[in-house]
Design a binder for this molecule. Sequence first.
Ligand code: FES
Length: 166
Amino acid sequence: MAKYSDQLIICTDDGSAGHKTVVTEPLEDILNARNDIARVWGIGPAVMMKYVSAVTKVFNVPTTVSLNTIMIDGTGMCGGCRVMLQNGPKFVCVDGPEFEGHHVDWDNLLARLSFYDTEEKEDLVRWDKSRTELAYEKSPGFFKIAEIPSYAKHSTNIPKRVVKNS
Ligand code: FES
C-alpha cells in the first residue's frame, strides 16, 4: 500500500500496528492541515464509514463509501441491500455499491444491520454447542460422525421440486 501512496497512516483499535486510534482522528488532522483534498473514500465497517462521512461533511469534502458488504444475493431480488439515501431508497447491488457518504441515512443502515442480532447470537450459541455435541470417531485417514446434533433433527426439509408436464 505504501508503494502506491503519498502517505500511509495505519490505525488499529488495539495498537497492534500503526497508531492506536480510529481512522477519523488522522483524517481530521489531514483535513485541518490541507485544503487540497478532492475526495475521501471510506471502505470498511458501516460504523467507520458513518463517522468518516461525518468528519468529511464538516470540511465539505465529497466522500465515496462502499456498501458492498451489506449485499446478499447481489441480483436486486432479495431486497436485503436496501439503503436509504437523501433521494430515497436504493439497492446497493443495483444502484451502487458506491454512494456519496453524506447522502446515506447511516442510522437507518446501522439499525437494519443489527436487525437479526438476536437470531445471529442464538445461532452462534447453537453452532458452538453443536461443535461440542459432535463426537468424532477417529479412524485412520477419516472422521466418522457418531452423533447428529440435536438442532439438526428439527431442521426443515427442502420442498421437492414439482415438474409439470405441458
Ligand atoms: S443484494 Fe439482494 S437485492 Fe441487492
